[in-house]
Design a protein around this ligand. Sequence first.
Ligand code: G3H
Ligand code: 13P
Ligand code: NA
Ligand code: ZN
Length: 316
Amino acid sequence: GLVNTREIFRKAVGGGYAIPAYNFNNLEQLQAIVVACVETSSPVIIQVSKGARNYANETMLRHMAQGAVAMATEMGSKIPIVLHLDHGDSFELCKSCVDSGFSSVMIDGSHLPYEENIALTKKVVDYAHARDVSVEGELGVLAGIEDEVSAEHSTYTQPEEVEDFVAKTGVDSLAISIGTSHGAFKFRLKEGESVPPLRFDILEEIERRLPGFPIVLHGASSVVQEYVELINAYGGHMEGAVGVPEEQLRRAAASAVCKINIDSDGRLAVTAKVREYLAKNPGEFDPRKYLGEARNELVRLIKHKNQAVLGSAGKA
Ligand code: G3H
Ligand code: 13P
Ligand code: NA
Ligand code: ZN
């Protein structure tokens, strides 16, 4: 069955790697996640955003997650699978996910005043922990769009707040803001500029204050340039799309960061392969053909992340 994050985070922090958290909204994404994580023997967090619930229906997604567990078992695998709510924005939403069988939830009160973030997060923790569900909180605001919460500029996590926040809320993990952002345009670079490094100094200060505590990195897609180029070559316009270099993610994974959220790279892989396939096969109209190509690419992408970036391969 589904597991919460406690044991897998403990092992990941101790082992110097990170568990991948892949968002899913549809069948092909979830199949690719299961196949790639089983074949690499990686623990995995499959996560559902509010947008995913609106798109695919929460009941449908929950049953798909159960199907993912059954599919992995059928493949002869016992990889830990967590079903997690991504960016929960209210107690009611978190409660509904806990009640319906999610094994982990995020309550994102990062946009609220500090004391309100604490109060909301603690309310979710009290409810979830009584039902053995783990909770992720957040301090600091990422640049860009956090679901419906938008922040013009990121506000880095203030390390002075983390011990108090964790002690008062009882969260199992903490999402932080150290320079990443959501989406495919993470940095607006001028001609000749390169991607600025993440604020590892802030991360180190957080680790110093919370030794061994599980830290989460959102907005961690690399925005794979091969996909951006394919998209642009086959009718798309994504000039200037750029993400977090893999080297920075490897460094984060080796630290107390034990959950790395990836959504945009999967979206890019699907869009690149669908555009390419349809352009090259103008007479084809069976969605299994182009979605099958997209699914194969997702498997390759996820295996690469697990093996060569996060280090979660072989840790199941
Ligand atoms: O944090 C954002 C995730 O990538 C989910 O995005 O709200 O469009 O489903 P979404
Ligand atoms: P990306 O947009 O970088 O994939 O981030 C996803 C995320 O943080 C989901 O919560
Ligand atoms: Na780690
Ligand atoms: Zn996020």
